[in-house]
Design a protein around this ligand. Structure first.
Ligand code: SOE
Length: 379
């Protein structure tokens, strides 16, 4: 059987999530190849050595350029801070590697445009780590839309709330600076709910946003402190409204200062024949309502996902499809695309470019106070 050798660049939090996904993914489905955790790269030798041993990588290294050039490596998986994504991806694409990149694809969409062009020229498989969309309940919502069972989407209301801001207080961590992290909660976690929205409803074409920055003082918002918007001020969250190309409309909220919220990605979707409600904190189920329900049975019903649903992990509903499983599912799709040329929809570089263009528009609108158009995607 074909063996695919992976080199992962970055041995931190997402490096661990990806390592678990590589270990579990091939056991959960026939991918047509084995996946070998060949090299873990981190610029800190001690981190690289300990993470490689702990996460089951055959080798460790500190020089990503040397690893990208190796003929025995088939896949480069980028788990570094986003300001490094473009340089590593362009080198890996030039070397003919398939590239998986953590989100955001980059901090600014002009960099992402170059990555999309290089990927097209290289003719390889690319994907970005918008993993929540692979949750069976979200993938099934997309199936209901595709089959017309929900009718025409009317309104999407999505939120992604965490309380990490209160506890991740190191001012020197890369996420705390715009020059390295690119944005605060709006791009870091807001991009996930934007991806879910575009996966379900298609392109967002314009946005209007308010962002708040802790650095701007607790009582004021982003727009009131325009002079405070420097290269390194990041948002602690924000709200924005949008219009989709389909004519549907949407509202979003993202915050890393939502006390008590434990990684709560949540959305409601209203459509002409029904509605869906999803909460990552109850991810084994979702709630659906159909307009044409019998009059004495109208209202939301709770559906529990299992192998009846896309990428359902267990026949027995309620066993759990968590963060490792959705990351394993995303890699199953990535590997199948490499081995079999599967054209199943995946968040490739071209899709991730559009997400970045939406987030760039959110950041611009938060400064100008105006509606900002988003280029149509090239998907
Ligand atoms: C932010 O706290 C974060 O780690 C995101 O960066 C990830 O993309 C998300 O999956 C979990 O939360």
């Amino acid at each position: 059987m074909r063996e695919l050798n992976v080199a992962i660049i970055g041995g931190g939090f997402m490096g661990q999530a990806h390592s678990l996904a590589y270990a579990v993914g091939p056991l959960g489905a026939d991918l047509g190849a084995t996946v070998r955790r060949a090299v873990l790269v981190d610029n800190d030798a001690a981190v690289a050595q300990s993470a490689a041993a702990r996460l089951g990588w055959a080798e460790w290294a500190t020089d990503w350029r040397e690893v990208v050039a190796r003929d025995d490596i088939d896949i480069i998986d980028i788990c570094t801070p986003p300001q490094l994504h473009e340089e590593i991806a362009l080198a890996a694409l030039a070397a003919g590697k398939h590239v998986f990149c953590e989100k955001p694809i980059t901090n600014i969409s002009t960099e992402a445009e170059r990555m999309v062009e290089a990927a097209r020229a290289a003719g390889v498989v690319t994907q970005v780590g918008f993993n929540y969309r692979h949750t069976p309940a979200i993938a099934f919502t997309r199936r209901l839309l595709d089959e017309g069972k929900l009718g025409v989407p009317l309104q999407f209301r999505g939120t992604y709330l965490q309380e990490t801001g209160f506890y991740n207080t190191d001012p020197n961590r890369w996420r705390a600076r715009k020059a390295t992290g690119g944005s605060g909660a709006s791009g870091d976690i807001g991009s996930h709910v934007v991806d879910a929205a575009e996966y379900l409803l298609g392109d967002i074409v314009r946005v209007n946003a308010l962002l708040r920055s802790k650095g701007a003082g607790a009582e004021t918002g982003w727009r009131d402190d325009a002079e405070r918007i420097d290269d390194d001020l990041i948002d602690d969250g924000g709200v924005w409204i949008c219009q989709f190309a389909s004519g549907a409309i949407g509202t979003f909220a993202a915050s890393s200062y939502s006390s008590g919220r434990k990684n709560r990605l949540f959305f409601e979707l209203d459509a002409s024949r029904g509605a869906v409600e999803f909460d990552w904190n109850s991810r084994e189920e979702f709630r659906v309502s159909y307009v044409d329900e019998a009059t004495d049975h109208r209202g939301f019903r709770t559906v529990h996902t299992n192998t009846e649903h896309p990428d359902g992990w267990w026949r027995l509903a309620g066993l759990g499809t968590g963060y490792v499983e959705i990351s394993a599912i995303q890699f199953q799709k990535f590997i199948r695309a490499i081995v079999h040329g599967d054209d199943v929809e995946r968040p490739d570089f071209a899709h991730a470019l559009h997400i970045q263009q939406v987030m760039d528009a959110v950041a611009e609108s938060a400064i100008t106070g105006e509606w900002v158009d988003v280029p149509r995607s090239e998907r």
